[in-house]
Write a protein that binds this ligand. Structure first.
Ligand code: KG4
Ligand code: ZN
Length: 354
């Protein structure tokens, strides 16, 4: 893997006005490809979801995810190029998520991107999945530029990040245990809603009372920006068991609404603290949980109170997709980042590492 401006062809490309990137994403259960121009204009965004398949097992089965990616990836890439009315020869670079994520799933995308870039003689860029989620905000918001604060809430990650510049991240806080989306998924399973839990909890919450049960909002002593969601998840499970033992009726909608309130309030409180401390003018949210309307509305209200501009991607750009990888890749490309044929999947890749 390398970062550098050492290839003549790359130097030529850096001077180009328009940069069009074919991006590939396969880190979890979505096989996705997109064509993105100049980091902000999406020419195509094709997503083949495996959700229906994994539903049968109540969560993502890594082995099945890898096999499904292998089946779908060529079709998805062809479709992305065709919708963009382009051929491989027309793109300037090939970008792919190389971590974090499920290793077998990531390897499918990485191997595919390497093969394509080698065959078509295009530069190869490995992209961090979370950098992709953050960059999803650039797509529909032409005015959004660093510095800004970003709350990344997905199934695998919960990070409060200060985006100092394109590709330059400072992590203020992260989860010590479960990710926010993971907590949604686990609570959904406990109240019999199935996978993926987030959208189902959100839907059911509409019929429930968010003040019916008070679930704890965990604080982490040594870093006020860190999160912990395993406590609230256990509190929900204990509450359900308690009701069962006392033969009390379990009102799933009330549990869903109360749990959603507890989680979103913690996220909003931490975000509010960061807004106060850093005094930046912009705040963005990203990741699958960012499509949750309670979180979005709460964050919007918190930002408005402080006179801060609030950004969020459309739901389809919140959950996993390749357009966000293409957006991130454009700024990495401009910074001269290129990877070699030794690019590998890095399941626990840290944000900011290249
Ligand atoms: O970003 P993402 O697609 O994949 C990861 O990188 O993890 O996020 C998926 C997560 C799942 O845990 C899912 O339950 C959650 O995002 N999610 C939601 C909603 N939509 C998806 N959580 C709460 N409310 C939603 N509407
Ligand atoms: Zn994701």
């Amino acid at each position: 893997m390398r970062k550098g401006r050492d290839m003549e062809r790359n130097a030529e490309l850096e001077g180009k006005e328009d940069v069009t990137i074919l991006a590939i994403e396969s880190s979890c259960d979505e096989t996705a490809a997109a064509v993105v121009k100049n980091g902000r204009t999406v020419l195509s965004n094709v997503i083949s979801s495996q959700i229906e398949l994994h539903k049968l097992y109540g969560g993502v089965v890594p082995e099945i995810a890898s096999r499904k990616h292998i089946e779908k990836i060529n079709q998805v890439i062809e479709e992305a190029l065709s919708q963009a009315k382009m051929q491989l020869k027309d793109v300037d670079a090939v970008a792919v998520t190389y971590g974090p994520g499920l290793v077998g799933a990531l390897l499918v995308g990485v191997a595919e991107a390497k093969a394509i870039s080698y065959a078509a003689k295009k530069p190869l860029l490995g992209i961090h999945h979370i950098e992709g989620h953050i960059s999803a905000n650039y797509i529909e918001n032409p005015d959004l530029e660093p510095p800004f604060l970003c709350l990344v809430v997905s199934g695998g990650h919960t990070h409060l990040v200060k985006v100092n510049d394109y590709g330059v991240y400072e992590i203020l806080g992260r989860t010590r245990d479960d990710a926010a989306g993971e907590a949604f998924d686990k609570v959904a399973r406990a109240i019999g809603l199935g996978y993926p839990g987030g959208p189902k909890i959100e839907q059911l919450s509409k019929q429930g009372d968010p003040d019916a049960v008070v679930f704890p909002k965990a604080k982490v002593a040594d870093n006020p920006y860190d999160f912990s969601f395993s406590g609230v998840k256990s509190a929900v499970l204990n509450y359900i068991n308690g009701c069962r033992m006392k033969n009390e009726t379990i009102v799933a909608a009330d549990i869903a609404a109360s749990f959603q309130k507890a989680v979103t309030q913690v996220l909003i409180e931490h975000a509010g603290m960061a807004m106060e401390e850093f005094g930046l003018e912009r705040f963005a949210i990203a990741g699958g949980v960012a499509s949750n309307a309670t979180l979005r509305n709460g964050m919007k209200a918190a930002c408005e109170k402080k006179g801060i501009r609030f950004y969020h991607p459309s739901p389809v750009l919140c959950t996993d997709n390749a357009a966000m990888i293409g957006a991130a890749a454009y700024y990495e490309f401009k910074a001269g980042v290129r990877h070699g044929w030794d690019l590998n999947a890095v399941p626990n890749l840290k944000l900011g590492e290249r």
